[in-house]
Design a protein around this ligand. Structure first.
Ligand SMILES: [Zn+2]
Ligand SMILES: [Zn+2]
Length: 290
């Protein structure tokens, strides 16, 4: 038991220190998610100001500061808080004989690093797409995902406006996905993580970009705006579930972009019941469903 408590404390304090070192510029730039997140946010925000899609939308749109707070809360405060638990359960699985190697399907170690990163990106994105579908399909999960969909005006920071429980829902499939990739040393994984942050920011930004013919591969603001549409096509529980890639929606027929003027109503039926403040939203998913 002591070993578990030790691992818990080491992971927690290690993570806390790492974030603090990042703030002080004491880690390599490519591993500095704190300033990296700020740099990407400022870049996309600047593009929103210069090339706004919905021109009447304020630069400080509705919930701008709330979503900005979510961004730092989810990325740093929550991840420090949970790191001990993740370490603890990793150790537990290891001790009952489930190790990172036991689920290996593809051994990546012989491949060049770029293809390793590429496969890592694709696998991680697919399992997240699938998890996202589940968040919409099952009402118990949808209760938690509603915070992300309660936004009424779209901007880059909506990307990380979501309840902390979502991290926990995404975790199992992400872990299994990574476990299928043997021989992958995620040291260069920062490239994938930064690419995912940038694409996610763009998906929510008030900028009209579709990436041209690449729209069938890469998710984009026009496609994702329809994911946030108040009105869904009849009989569907959601459309355009893509995270970084739009490909999965085209493959599984969940794509839907009827037009692209950017002015559709956002939200979901019942979104008026969503509390306005951060702390009340934090526990909102745990209420009895109605
Ligand atoms: Zn969603
Ligand atoms: Zn979204």
């Amino acid at each position: 038991m002591e070993k578990y408590i030790d691992a818990f404390i080491t992971a927690f304090t290690g993570n806390l220190q790492w974030t603090w070192q990042s703030i002080l510029f004491k880690v390599a730039w490519y591993n500095n998610y704190f300033w990296g997140l700020i740099a990407i946010s400022l870049f996309v925000w600047m593009l929103e100001m210069v090339f706004p899609w919905r021109k009447e939308q304020s630069v400080f749109r509705k919930d701008f500061w709330l979503d900005g707070f979510y961004m730092f809360f989810n990325f740093f405060i929550f991840s420090i808080a949970i790191s001990g638990f993740y370490k603890f359960s990793g150790l537990l699985f290891n001790d009952i004989g489930i190790s990172a190697k036991s689920l290996t399907i593809i051994d990546l170690s012989a491949l060049p690093i770029w293809s390793q990163l590429f496969i890592f990106f694709i696998v991680l994105d697919f399992v997240q797409w699938f998890t996202h579908v589940l968040l919409h399909k099952y009402s118990f999960l949808w209760n938690f995902h509603q915070v992300h969909h309660s936004v009424k005006e779209m901007g880059f920071a909506v990307h990380l406006r979501y309840l902390w429980m979502e991290n926990i829902f995404y975790k199992p499939l992400k872990t299994i996905g990574i476990m299928t990739l043997g021989g992958f040393e995620p040291e260069q994984a920062f490239i994938v993580h930064f690419a995912a942050i940038a694409i996610g920011h763009f998906n929510h930004a008030n900028i009209k970009i579709t990436w041209g013919p690449l729209k069938y591969l890469i998710n984009n603001p026009v496609m994702h705006l329809y994911h946030h549409s108040y009105v869904l096509p009849k009989g569907k529980y959601g459309v355009n579930f893509g995270i970084s890639l739009s490909l999965w929606d085209y493959i599984f027929g969940t794509n839907y972009i009827p037009e692209d003027n950017g002015t559709i109503e956002l939200g979901y039926p019942g979104d008026e019941k969503m509390p306005k403040g951060f702390f009340r939203q934090l526990v909102y998913g745990f209420r009895k469903s109605n």
